[in-house]
Design a protein around this ligand. Structure first.
Ligand SMILES: NC(=O)C1=CN([C@@H]2O[C@H](COP(=O)(O)OP(=O)(O)OC[C@H]3O[C@@H](n4cnc5c(N)ncnc54)[C@H](OP(=O)(O)O)[C@@H]3O)[C@@H](O)[C@H]2O)C=CC1
Ligand SMILES: CC(C)(CO)C(=O)C(=O)O
Length: 341
């Protein structure tokens, strides 16, 4: 099977390294020439909660050729339209595109590459790009080996191709097949909304969100808004890492201390994670905020559900994008303090 990792950044470097080390025919495709050169010359190095090295083959998109049987889509959602159009000549009827981006991009991906070709999933580990050739794994290694991906067919069927893709991703980390893909993507969206959104809006790692009383309470409210909007839109959450995400709903104010403790427990192995949106702000780039926290106010509008915490995250992250200045924790936490009171 000929595999492409399209977008070999923070995550793609890690996925590509382990797939190559597993003996698969895989190309890491990225526009960053210095990174592609380093990958070819010195291999892919994974630091952080592990220390791993693998020889890989990397190319820039102009050097793509032939047909890929499986493409792991790991570029940012912002550029899907042009990246997927450019991918079309390298797909045939049997090719599969595995959409692993955060958010819920599957309908857009299907509209460009064709529904039959699309399978999707969520990535449950964190990665930070360090320098050309090097990416850091930020999730505890044992957790990564147990819960790295949830993947599924758009129809929820357990097909031969999804089982085959599971075998390939198992070379990277623990991979589980979901029969409720929409629920899987929404469960990941909830974690992104609560933790990646606040990590970017407050310029801190997930541990920083968990440790401060105001930010952790805000994470509880962001999760709650996400659950209420999801339920109003007919979404049933899938378990994530064996945890029932819907149980984070706040039914009354009295639930809040317990929800805070639950978040601290379930996110303990993710304290080092730095949101990919924060990594974008550091590079003075646009983030995926419209496809992450931004999804909630859009869907809430027609249902009449208030979403002040997600709105605040969107507004603070967009402000940082516009000014190209990193958020300051001590200043931005005050906006959440006002919401909590
Ligand atoms: N990092 C994380 O912890 C997680 C990220 N995700 C999701 O995974 C996806 C990828 O995230 P992440 O790895 O952080 O992103 P990165 O920005 O680190 O990686 C994306 C890579 O794609 C490259 N790229 C841009 N345009 C093209 C193109 N036309 N062809 C090939 N490569 C291209 C970028 O190069 P350049 O930078 O030079 O533009 C970059 O190296 C996102 O949707 C994110 O939400 C999900 C879970 C965890
Ligand atoms: C939550 C995290 C870090 C990894 O799962 C992520 O998805 C992101 O920030 O983009």
């Amino acid at each position: 099977m000929r595999i492409a990792v399209l977008g070999a950044g923070s995550l793609g470097t890690i996925a590509g390294a382990y797939i190559a080390a597993g003996g698969q025919d895989v190309e890491l495709i990225d526009v960053y020439q210095a990174h592609v050169d380093a990958l070819n010359e010195t291999g892919a190095k994974i630091t952080g909660t592990t220390d791993f090295h693998a020889e890989v083959k990397a190319i820039t998109p102009e050097n793509m050729s032939g047909v890929y049987d499986l493409v792991l889509l790991l570029t940012k959602q912002l550029y899907n339209h042009s990246i997927l159009q450019d991918l079309l000549p390298f797909l045939n009827d049997q090719s599969t595109v595995l959409s692993l981006q955060n958010g819920i991009p599957e309908e857009q991906v299907a509209s460009i590459v064709g529904r039959e070709r699309v399978v999707a999933g969520s990535v449950e580990f964190g990665a930070t790009f360090i320098k050309p050739g090097v990416s850091e794994l930020t999730t505890e290694f044992n957790r990564f080996k147990e819960y790295a991906f949830q993947i599924g067919e758009l129809t929820g069927e357990v097909t031969e191709r999804i089982e085959q893709i599971k075998k390939i991703l198992d070379l990277v980390g623990g991979t589980h097949i979901s029969t409720n893909l929409v629920g899987t993507k929404w469960s990941k969206l909830l974690i992104n909304n609560a933790f990646s959104g606040l990590s970017a809006a407050l310029n801190t790692e997930f541990g920083g969100v968990l440790d401060h009383e105001i930010s952790v309470e805000s994470a509880v409210h962001i999760a709650d808004e996400t659950i209420k909007v999801a339920h109003a839109n007919g979404v049933e959450f899938a378990d994530m890492g064996g945890f029932d995400i819907a149980s984070l709903e706040v039914k009354s104010e009295k639930d809040i201390p317990e929800r805070i403790q639950t978040l601290r427990d379930i996110m303990r192995s993710s304290r080092l994670l730095k949101a990919s949106m924060l990594q974008d702000l550091e590079k003075k780039r646009k983030t995926e905020i419209d496809y992450i926290n931004g999804v909630i106010p859009r869907l809430a509008l027609e249902k009449g559900i208030p979403t002040p915490y997600n709105d605040m995250v969107v507004s603070l992250v967009k402000h940082a994008e516009e000014t190209k200045e990193l958020p300051v924790f001590d200043s931005n936490i005050k906006f959440f303090e006002e919401l909590n009171n």
